[in-house]
Write a protein that binds this ligand. Structure first.
Ligand code: AMP
Ligand code: MG
Length: 402
């Protein structure tokens, strides 16, 4: 065993990660239907007016506002109805003084009309005449041509996150696709002689690969494109080959073999190819976490223990990946509740402690860093700073929800 010579604080690890982020530069065209949560790469300007024509905003009667001046319940105005205009069609009949056309919401305003009286303020006398009780100002209940988007307007700005409404604005101008930043390709690979894939019986001493799946899920959820690989044995040669296979990715994430046991050769394999930026963080769980650059490709060496691996993925990989993908920082939801039972914590390590929320309190739920159920059965986690040794029962804690 070669012990860790030193660890760095969580804040220092975050700082070193932040300075090593290289936001993705590759651009690709993405169909609008697949554009949710993508990041716009190139400004988009409209070549049309939206709406493309003046339209009625109400079901009612299109007319000249001046023709209903002073109209009220007591003094209604009667106009001759010259047409009935549905959506999707233009009226061939111009509105002259003393006339109006029945019109549907969204239908083009006829020539000569400048306002719409809504149907609630009218009564039909017969097919050819209507009585109107409401006055309107010119332009009232009319959607002006280009009122929503004017030709030449910027509809999407480089760097914008494509929310549903921004996708809607692109759809409104007839766009079918948009230039977006590519999703970072994230190579994911588990190391360990004992680690095998699901779908086959376990030989003595073997376990199923968990980290490949937790990491792929978290990468997908935060704007990356997971590229999972088969588990690799603990030999310098196979790890070297694995690193070469992953070299085309934008980010490499290995798990296992990152501590300093005899067989933990990942750090050696990485150090032989690139620059180790840190190895060992004063957190619990998750101390044996490494970060390096191999050429220009960032490399995360996550601990093999599934809860350590996933917990550090939340805390360190997610912000790094989101920044690489140009996504805004994630703002996890938190709740403040009393702690149901006292938790002791080792001084000198920032501790993540999983909890379940029951009866308005946080109940400790951490089993062990090797147990995925420490997380899968938890609702969230609390953080205990490195200098603190205990959180007392009843103390109000901030739970970050998972
Ligand atoms: P290591 O970081 O390689 O020393 O592994 C620490 C512990 O995590 C060991 O009990 C491993 O068997 C286990 N482990 C490593 N990789 C995985 C994995 N991909 N899935 C599940 N458990 C793992
Ligand atoms: Mg191992």
């Amino acid at each position: 065993m070669r012990p860790f010579t030193s660890t760095i604080s969580l804040d220092e690890a975050r700082r070193r990660l932040q300075v090593n982020v290289r936001p993705i530069e590759r651009i690709e065209r993405v169909r609008l239907a697949e554009a949710a949560n993508r990041v716009v790469a190139t400004d988009v300007f409209s070549s049309i007016d939206v709406p493309p024509f003046a339209r009625s905003a109400m079901d009612g009667y299109a007319l000249r506002a001046v023709d209903v001046t002073g109209a009220s319940r007591e003094t209604p105005v009667t106009l001759r109805v010259v047409d009935r205009i549905y959506t999707g069609q233009l009226s061939a009949v111009a509105i002259e003084p003393g006339t109006c056309s029945e019109i549907a919401t969204g239908a083009p305003l006829p020539t000569g009309a400048d306002a719409v009286v809504m149907v609630e303020e009218t009564t039909k006398i017969d097919e050819g005449h209507v009585r109107l009780f409401g006055t309107v100002a010119p332009g009232q209940h009319v959607g002006r041509r280009g009122a929503d988007i004017t030709r030449g307007d910027r509809v999407a700005t480089a760097g914008d996150l494509l929310t549903p409404s921004r996708i809607g604005a692109l759809a409104a101008i007839g766009a079918v696709d948009v230039e977006a930043f590519a999703k970072p390709r994230v190579a994911i690979l588990s190391t360990g002689n004992e680690v095998v894939e699901g779908g086959q019986p376990l030989a003595p001493g073997q376990i199923y690969d968990v980290n490949r799946f937790t990491l792929a899920a978290i990468v997908s959820a935060h704007g990356g494109l997971p590229e999972p690989h088969h588990p690799v044995a603990d030999t310098v040669d196979s790890l070297g080959v694995a690193l070469d296979v992953c070299a085309a990715a934008d980010l490499i994430v290995f798990s296992g073999g990152s501590s300093v046991g005899e067989r933990d050769l990942v750090a050696d394999a990485v150090a032989a190819r690139g620059e180790m930026i840190f190895h060992g963080i004063a957190v619990r769980p998750g101390k044996p976490t490494a970060f390096a650059r191999i050429g220009s490709t960032p490399f995360f060496g996550m601990p093999g223990n599934p809860t350590s691996c996933l917990s550090n993925a939340y805390v360190l990989l997610v912000p790094f990946l989101r920044a690489t993908a140009r996504l805004p920082l994630d703002a996890p939801r938190t709740v403040r509740v009393p702690l149901a039972r006292r938790i002791a914590s080792a001084v000198g390590r920032h501790q993540f402690y999983t909890v379940q929320l029951r009866d308005g309190a946080a109940h400790p739920a951490f089993k062990g860093s090797g147990d995925i159920t420490s997380l899968s059965r938890a609702d969230g986690y609390i953080e205990i700073p490195a200098e603190q040794d205990v959180v007392e029962e009843g103390e109000t804690v901030t739970v970050t929800l998972l």
